[in-house]
Design a protein around this ligand. Structure first.
Ligand code: MRU
Length: 366
């Protein structure tokens, strides 16, 4: 996507051909700053501290992390140490494990002297494939949106109202995004769309990142507190919900940012279609029951007890919003059972959220 008119991805190779540039997403929407990663340890920190986040981008950063590791120590132990540390940075998004396993499958059999070049080539290929998959998701989602829009327009609607949670836009991927890709494609065709943006406490990926993306791209949107969606759905103000996912099991259970499940329940109760957009690498074929089996990240209580924002004179400040001594819990993700999901929008097409549906599109899945 474009930032100030310049085509920009979320991760790219620096001019020295070795370091890796990322956007510091902890600074958005207040500042657009680029960080240059020059070691695999920095790549691990970038994932852990959420300078980068979003399942596909976490995977891409880990892939480049291994390339950075091959710069300094391409021995077996150098490779395995970096992979193990990168694997431990965040537990829920399966794209992290997928990307590392893909890199290891390429690098392990190679002689040390060939590992550096192979690692950079594989990381670059993985990033290009992510962009292509997300563009394709956008195309399939566009058809879903067109069908819904035809129905809504016939009923007198003036725009398609879409609700999304967290950030599954281009910032969460290498480019385009998953859940936001169909929205961009629909908007770019001149079709009328408006997005309800869940703020997504506690880290506010909706209010900070999705709103920034949509605002930069000129897509009409409204930021809403997380608790508003059910009310809007009851009053016919949401035509469709679409979210991304960090891990989807083979039976179609969808793990995504905390609060997604409540939106799916409200959508189910009110008859609003609830779609999930995902690339193939987000499917965890080893797992069936998402509620029982997906590891859910728990993060610092400080993310709940504190908020960061911009003061009237432009300073970015963090303040505490809870009484001293009140404990806080911070589960990062929840699981939406497949029965609440209208359809999965993948790079290969749209399918029911079920094992049969997924295997129909990915017969090779293991
Ligand atoms: O904690 P985050 O910001 O990494 O969580 C991101 C999400 O939950 C996204 O919805 C998900 O990764 C899908 S991104 C295409």
């Amino acid at each position: 996507m474009k930032v100030n008119g310049t085509p920009t991805r979320t991760i790219w190779l620096a001019a020295d051909g070795a370091s890796v540039c990322i956007i510091d997403q902890t600074r958005l929407p207040h500042a657009f700053e680029v960080i240059t990663l020059s070691s695999w340890q920095q790549a691990a920190t970038a994932i852990k501290e959420m300078w980068v986040r979003g399942a596909p981008l976490i995977g891409a950063t880990a892939a480049y992390g291994l390339a950075l590791a091959m710069q300094t120590d391409a021995s077996d132990s150098g490779l395995e140490l970096a992979a193990a540390v990168l694997r431990g940075t965040r537990p829920t998004a399966v794209n992290l494990m997928w990307a590392l396993d893909r890199m290891l499958a390429v690098l392990r059999p190679l002689p040390q002297a060939q590992r550096r070049a192979a690692a950079y080539a594989e990381a670059a290929a993985l990033c290009d494939e992510d962009v292509a998959m997300n563009y394709a998701i956008g195309g399939h989602g566009l058809e879903v949106f067109r069908t819904l829009w035809d129905q809504r327009r016939a009923a007198g609607a003036e725009r398609l109202n879409v609700l999304t949670h967290c950030n599954a836009g281009w910032l969460a991927t290498v480019d385009w995004g998953t859940a936001l890709a169909p929205i961009y494609r629909f908007h770019d065709l001149g079709l009328p769309v408006h997005v309800w943006v869940d703020e997504t406490r506690p880290r506010n990926q909706g209010a900070s990142l999705t709103a920034w993306e949509l605002n930069s791209h000129g897509v009409p949107h409204t930021v809403i507190p997380d608790n508003v969606g059910g009310h809007l759905m009851q009053h016919g103000m949401v035509d469709v919900c679409i979210v991304g996912t960090d891990r989807t099991t083979r039976q179609g259970d969808v793990c995504n940012k905390i609060g997604t499940y409540l939106k799916a329940l409200a959508a189910h109760d009110t008859g609003v279609p609830f779609y999930v957009a995902l690339p193939g690498p987000t499917i965890d074929w080893a797992l069936a029951d998402g509620v029982a089996e997906i590891p859910i990240e728990e993060r610092s209580a400080l993310e709940v007890t504190q908020m960061t924002g911009r003061t009237a004179d432009g300073r970015v400040e963090t303040v505490t919003i809870t009484p001293a001594g009140s404990p806080a819990g911070n589960w990062g993700f929840d699981v939406t059972p497949a029965r609440l999901v209208t359809g999965l929008i993948t790079e290969r097409g749209v399918c029911p959220a079920s094992e049969a549906g997924l295997r129909g599109l990915y017969p090779e899945g293991v």
